[in-house]
Design a protein around this ligand. Structure first.
Ligand code: FAD
Ligand code: GLY
Length: 376
């Protein structure tokens, strides 16, 4: 059996490790530069929202939708294996309109989704308030997506980490991979910051926003660039749960969790690797949440945080084999949807590696779609 090295212990690296293990691999190691599951995957809002977060019935929508459908089973299997409930919440999602422009946008969304045969309802202001009484009285109408859900992403990370620990998947934290080492177009291993070498039969880069920082022989590797896009978030707390559904506007979203916790997000900022909150960013997120529900206006902010979303030039994931190498793969650039896309990413990539099974998604989201001008 081959030895597998997964670089990066976010939701994507952890989901891949589990999938390799399910296929019978015994020597799986995750190398993580910090602590497992503390970067973008921790910062996320946990929304599983193909209908709220894509703009056409295209391959990307299908990829998101297929992954969403995997979640009930994924959650159940994780619960059976780890006794951790990842709090998959299937109450659905609302998308509110407050202005004429918002109304045009949600009607356009309603049309393409109806044409594609998806479940979506256009609700009047009255119907919206009946579903969610604490939504702003200024909302004009809304869309309801019964099949856009949410999950407690931090619990998901804990469950995936426990799965790894229970199944002898080796986790090595505080270990940054700096170099990939090749011999005759085959990856031989990697080198860490401290100079330590690890060899493996197969390496997968699941390095999120940091993917482009790893050094390699540029003659061999044609990796498209991945850059960080910062998202700032906040949370509030109320004594009882005010909302049952995830609620979006065109400017922000709120995510009600168990025990009265409400997340609100998020900024989208192209400012490099500065992973911190700013007063302006937090205020903007707060105002957008208050637009959705003025009942949030008097609540103190409970927690504020930020994370770096991994973004490729075309905003789509980068999945599959890295050209000109035999045993190096990547799963990165999931941008705003990596929590949603973790199950399907693991499934299609591992099936390709283990069973040589092709997938339309690997075609669409493979590295070959980039021309040499985009390559670093
Ligand atoms: P990460 O979780 O960032 O993990 C990558 C890991 O690789 C990190 O732990 C890092 O330390 C490690 N690493 C990197 N380089 C090296 C190296 N050289 N050596 C060793 N380790 C390395 N998605 C959704 O589906 N739904 C949402 O609601 C949602 N909301 C979001 C809200 C915010 C504010 C943000 C920031 C993101 C959100 N996302 C959401 C997007 C989602 O969080 C990301 O797409 C996803 O977490 C990417 O997973 P990842 O494992 O690739 O990255
Ligand atoms: N998907 C939510 C975000 O990226 O902010």
């Amino acid at each position: 059996m081959s030895s597998i090295l997964i670089i990066g212990g976010g939701v994507i690296g952890l989901a891949l490790a589990r999938e390799f293990h399910k296929k019978g691999f015994k020597e799986i190691t995750i190398l993580e530069k910090g602590l497992i599951g503390q970067e973008a995957s921790f910062a996320a809002a946990g929304m599983l929202a193909p209908q709220a977060e894509t703009n056409n019935a295209d391959a990307f929508f299908n990829f998101c939708n297929e992954s969403n459908k995997m979640y009930p089973n994924f959650a159940e299997e994780l619960s059976d294996a780890t006794s951790i409930d990842i709090e998959l919440d299937r109450n659905g999602t609302l998308y509110l309109a407050f202005t004429e422009r918002d109304t045009q946008e949600i009607r356009k969304r309603f049309e393409w989704q109806k044409d594609a045969g998806l479940e979506v309802e256009l609700l009047s202001a009255r119907e919206t308030h009946k579903l969610e009484p604490f939504v702003s009285p200024d909302s004009l109408e809304s869309l309801f997506f019964p099949n856009d859900w949410q999950v407690e992403n931090r619990k998901l990370l804990i469950a995936l980490k426990k799965y790894a620990e229970l199944n002898d998947i080796q986790i090595i934290e505080q270990t940054e991979v700096t170099n990939l080492i090749f011999e005759n177009e085959k990856i031989k291993g990697i080198q860490t910051e401290s100079g330590k070498l690890f060899s493996a039969d197969l390496v997968v880069l699941a390095t999120g926003a940091w993917t482009s920082l790893i050094k390699h022989d540029e003659g061999i590797l044609q990796m498209p660039k991945v850059k960080p896009i910062r998202g700032q978030m906040i949370s509030f707390h109320t004594a009882k749960r005010l909302f049952t559904k995830v609620i979006y506007s065109r400017r922000g979203y709120i995510v009600p969790r168990k025990m009265g916790k409400i997340l609100a997000g998020a900024t989208v900022e192209d400012i490099g690797f500065e992973n911190k909150t700013t007063d302006e960013g937090i205020e903007m997120v707060r105002e957008n949440a208050i637009e959705i529900s003025p009942s949030l206006a008097n609540l103190p902010i409970d927690e504020k945080w930020s994370g770096l979303r991994p973004f490729a030039n075309d905003g789509l994931p980068i999945l599959g084999e890295i050209p000109n190498t035999e045993n190096l793969f990547t799963a990165t650039a999931h941008y705003r949807n990596g929590i949603l896309l973790a199950p399907i990413t693991a499934k299609v990539l591992v099936e390709k590696i283990v069973n040589k099974k092709d997938s339309e998604f690997l075609d669409k989201f493979g590295i070959k779609r980039f021309n040499s001008a985009n390559a670093i």
